[in-house]
Design a protein around this ligand. Structure first.
Ligand SMILES: *Cc1c(COP(=O)(O)O)cnc(C)c1O
Length: 471
């Protein structure tokens, strides 16, 4: 399998070449040259496989530069009941006739990002050992991504993590999750500033090419293709749990921010998984809902980006969206380059409403969308707890609220549960008047010793810290 850039760069790359990279050299995102097709016979063979074996089958269609036995061992080591809590890895919970939650958040940090990040940690360790190289991951986080990355990379040979976060601004639980890690290869940098300061520092360091090369700086952000392809697996796993035969169709609703999770659903659908609708749910930051309703993609400014009670969906633009637009426009790379390279930076928006391709977003690609607000989240959390005794987090509540408007008789609707309520306790207390359930292994983590260095919002200070800790 070869990978190309959505902006038309002539070079083709193989999986392990793009594994440790971010953007393509022309600023585009990597996608496979074509989507491998999964026949009825293959689906029949896959139904009944354990999660790690299913992951191996899906991944091996996209990865041909890791020997099969090694890839199989990596999948087996990643997706264990010990790490993810059950042998199903992503168990389905029925709420009522036709409506299910697919649990993606029972990994080490209690958010769906573990599903991909745990695999990425093992792939990085494998590939770096094979090359005899090291990598220093520099990131910025306001919560879920940073902790998922740290739990995936802790103790891994050849990898160090330098994770910046805004000092004092994450929830106490999120701070405790990250700062209680005592592994020598994990470095928490609490920056005296806001999340944007952290992102600016990461950008400034990455733009210093000499420093980047000398200290082998890399990232693990959501545009990484390996993360995306790992997420394709649970669409198959959800489908097999919700259906009895491969002639049935299901729909998925996905609480969305950067369009990474639902883009994996799009890939699964393009491969031939019988998905009827992909329902995209946003919170008040409705860039994507606006696009699927109107055809206008309008990037928000800082003043227009709301801080909400589903913070992992608080985005001003969706970093994976370019992948879908590439497919929507019939893989016309020059048009994508024009829209994302020029039109967006000049005008802050592009408009596909008059384009026949836009109509296909719904018809050919199955996308529909909806939006949820703080009041909707509270009502959905309350209703779900009262009627089913199930406590859901704020992001999953956005999904469930939007899903309810799109349930079709005879088509199971699978809502992806993207985090557990304990991560967002304040809103659960607001909705239910009680603290969320806490998994036993997280009892008392706020009291554990913390390993964190507080630094001013100063790129030079962060660079000096990295240099001093890259022995
Ligand atoms: C990251 C995240 C999302 C958004 O996922 P995208 O892939 O960015 O669309 C939704 N919910 C939770 C809990 C998350 O951590």
């Amino acid at each position: 399998m070869q990978y190309l850039s959505t902006r038309g760069h002539p070079d083709r790359q193989r999986f392990c070449e793009i594994l440790l990279e971010g953007l393509a050299p022309d600023g585009g995102l990597y996608l496979p040259e074509s989507y491998p097709q999964v026949s009825e016979a293959t689906l029949a063979k896959w139904r009944g496989l354990s999660y790690p074996n299913l992951a191996f089958e899906v991944l091996s269609l996209y990865i041909d530069d890791i020997p099969a036995a090694d890839l199989k061992a990596i999948c087996a080591k990643t997706y264990t009941a010990e790490v993810f809590g059950t042998k199903e890895i992503v168990p389905l919970k029925k709420l009522e006739e036709g409506v299910y939650l697919e649990a993606l958040s029972n990994g080490p940090t209690l958010a769906f990002k573990d599903m991909a990040m745990q695999l990425l940690g093992n792939l990085f360790e494998y590939e770096l050992a094979r090359r005899g190289e090291e990598l220093n991951i520099l990131g910025a986080t306001s919560g879920d991504t940073g902790s998922a990355a740290e739990y995936a990379m802790k103790g891994k040979k050849g990898v160090r993590v330098f994770m910046t976060s805004p000092h004092g601004r994450m929830s106490p639980f999120q701070q405790a999750q990250m700062f209680s890690l005592q592994d020598a290869n994990i470095h928490n940098l609490a920056i005296q500033g806001v999340f944007d300061d952290c992102q600016d520092i990461v950008k400034a360091v990455s733009n210093d090419l000499d420093f980047k090369r000398k200290y082998r700086i890399g990232t693990v952000n959501s545009i990484n293709w390996a993360r995306l392809v790992a997420q394709v697996v649970y669409y198959f796993a959800g489908y097999f749990q919700a259906t009895k035969s491969n002639s049935e169709r299901v729909s998925f609703t996905v609480p969305s921010g950067n369009f990474g999770n639902i883009c994996a659903g799009h890939v699964a659908r393009m491969m031939g998984l019988p998905i009827d609708k992909l329902v995209l749910a946003t919170n008040e930051n409705d860039v994507l809902d606006e696009f699927f309703r109107t055809g206008v993609y309008r990037v928000r400014g800082a003043a227009d980006t709301h801080e909400t009670s589903s913070p992992s969906m608080d985005i001003s633009k969706a970093s994976n969206f370019e992948r879908f637009v590439f497919d929507l426009l019939g893989r016309d790379a020059s048009k994508v380059k024009q829209l994302f390279g020029e039109t967006l930076s000049k005008q802050g928006l592009f408009d596909l409403s008059g384009d026949t391709a836009f109509e296909q977003a719904r018809t050919r690609f199955g996308f529909i969308s909806g939006k949820s607000t703080h009041a909707d989240r509270l009502a959905t959390i309350r209703d779900t707890f009262e009627r089913f005794g199930v406590m859901i987090d704020t992001h999953t509540a956005d999904g469930l609220k939007v899903a309810r408007a799109h349930v079709q008789p005879g088509v199971p609707m699978l809502v992806l549960e993207t985090a557990l309520p304990i991560k967002f306790a304040e809103t659960i207390v607001e909705a239910l008047g009680r603290e969320p359930d806490r998994p036993a292994k997280f009892e008392g983590i706020e009291q554990l010793p913390k390993r964190v260095t507080v630094l001013p919002a100063d790129t030079a200070k962060v660079k000096a810290f990295i240099a001093a800790h890259c022995a």
